[in-house]
Design a protein around this ligand. Sequence first.
Ligand code: NAP
Length: 253
Amino acid sequence: MHVLILGGTSEARALAERLHGTEDGTDGGTVRVTSSLAGRVAAPRLPAGEVRIGGFGGVDGLVEWVRAHAVDAVIDATHPFAERISFNAARAAATAHVPLLALRRPGWVPGAGDDWHPVGSLAEAARALDELGDRVFLTTGRMGLAAFADCPQWFLVRSVDAPEPPMPARTEVLLDRGPFTLDGERELLRSHRIDVLVTKDSGAAATAPKLQAAREAGIPVIVVRRPPVPEGVETAASVEEAAVWVRGLGPRP
Ligand code: NAP
């Protein structure tokens, strides 16, 4: 069975590792995994199995790829905010008649002592800053910085690769990649005298310590809500659930 994993997340890597080479439920057959990465990160962590890098060329390109490589099932394990590829996957899977599963880790939930300000977009997050402070820790990734370009606040921007303009005039860039530690996040908030944290609701364990550090320091957090999973697409909340789904597919025609 050939499973295409649309990746770019730690869950996608864990799923590739979990599925690659396992029995596929047929007589002696094994699961062949191809992970697809968008190519945004200069030196990505590579998953187990085969890897392809770069866009497919929209829905039609994805349909073509699925057919040309005899893909039996697609798992959309992209970041919860990668809206376009998830939409394309839904359309392409329906057109190519292959089963599709969206692997979405659960979102974060505020706890006692949290001062969260949920917003619907990066633009809304930028507007919300006016009320919340002048020194901003921005962890929403380098791709959406344009939404903050006109903000007068000072920004500490953390990203894996260096961001490009447009970005806020007063910006310090910190190149780093999770997982992050609670002690490290505490120190970062303290040493940069951060007033407000901005994050997407990614739900990732690797980046969650900043939330606890903000809670402890009484720092408000602007949380960008997730876009919905495309209508009608089955979802799994964990790598194990996704592996069970693959096992349940049975022999493919
Ligand atoms: P996006 O807006 O949903 O997708 C834009 C285009 O990038 C897609 O139409 C597709 O090009 C290509 N693409 C995206 N993911 C791909 C994949 N896994 N394999 C092949 N092509 C892919 O995506 P994005 O928000 O820019 O995110 C890009 C990648 O970074 C995703 O794989 C995601 O998992 C990862 N990521 C995103 C975020 C975030 O906050 N958005 C955070 C961490 C990691 P074609 O139409 O040409 O196929």
